[in-house]
Design a protein around this ligand. Structure first.
Ligand SMILES: Cc1cc2nc3c(=O)[nH]c(=O)nc-3n(C[C@H](O)[C@H](O)[C@H](O)COP(=O)(O)O)c2cc1C
Length: 211
């Protein structure tokens, strides 16, 4: 029974395309995988504060050598988020494009979950991602389309997310994208994205059944 971690990061609480798609994805997933469980995080509601000086010191200090302040900051800012990521099998991330990259709330989240000794390690054999056999589905919304010229080279969203998640071991990543400026464009793109989700969740059911 897989554990799903569902995370939203749009600053819009209403009319958010990425929130609508991530919700649709999880509902469809549970329809096809009713035994799976879901944990939900809303990064905007959680109002993630920047990492502190002490938590960064704690990241690079073995737990038994941390000061009380380091342990306390580390526990408050890192533990809950990173443990949920370690425990989950499947990630469903709603991530809009803001200024060609990810929203600040999602970047703050990344700063909490890319943690040495927890999600990646380095040693004699170099850097190693510690999250293995996971799948990520990223529901991305944007105004423009970045599939080709003139904007493709300005897409720092998908390449960044593939790089940072790949770094911690998550290489099986599927993007579902919705883009458009007018209501008509968005509604056509949402329809297409939902069809893609229907296909993906049905396909994953066959993969899970064949395990
Ligand atoms: C602060 C901000 C920055 C944005 N930057 C971009 C951008 O660089 N490229 C783009 O195509 N759309 C950009 N947009 C448009 C959003 O990506 C688009 O409205 C998207 O639907 C937002 O996601 P949501 O519907 O889940 O809230 C931006 C929107 C905001 C609010």
């Amino acid at each position: 029974m897989a554990k799903i971690l569902h995370v939203d990061s749009s600053s819009r609480s209403k009319n958010s395309n990425s929130r609508q798609l991530s919700k649709y994805f999880v509902e469809k997933w549970i329809e096809t995988h009713p035994a799976d469980s879901v944990i939900y995080r809303d990064l905007v509601q959680d109002s993630l504060v920047p990492l502190t000086d002490t938590v960064i010191s704690a990241m690079y200090t073995p737990p038994e050598q941390r000061t009380e302040a380091m342990s306390s900051d580390y526990a408050t800012l890192i533990d809950k988020n990173v443990q949920e990521v370690i425990d989950a099998d499947i990630y469903v991330f709603g991530v809009p494009m803001y200024n060609f990259s990810v929203p600040g709330a999602f970047k703050s989240y990344i700063d909490r979950i890319v943690v040495v000794g927890r999600t990646f390690s380095y040693g004699a054999d170099g850097l190693k991602g510690l999250l293995q056999n996971k799948k990520a589905f990223i529901l991305r919304s944007s105004g423009s389309n970045f599939d080709g010229p003139p904007y493709a080279s300005m897409d720092f969203h998908e390449p960044y997310l593939r790089a940072i998640f790949g770094f911690i071991g998550i290489s099986d990543i599927t993007f579902v994208k919705v883009d458009g400026h007018s209501e008509e464009e968005i509604s056509a793109a949402m329809k297409k994205a939902k069809e893609q989700i229907d296909h993906l969740t049905a396909e994953q059911k066959l993969v899970s059944a064949g395990r």
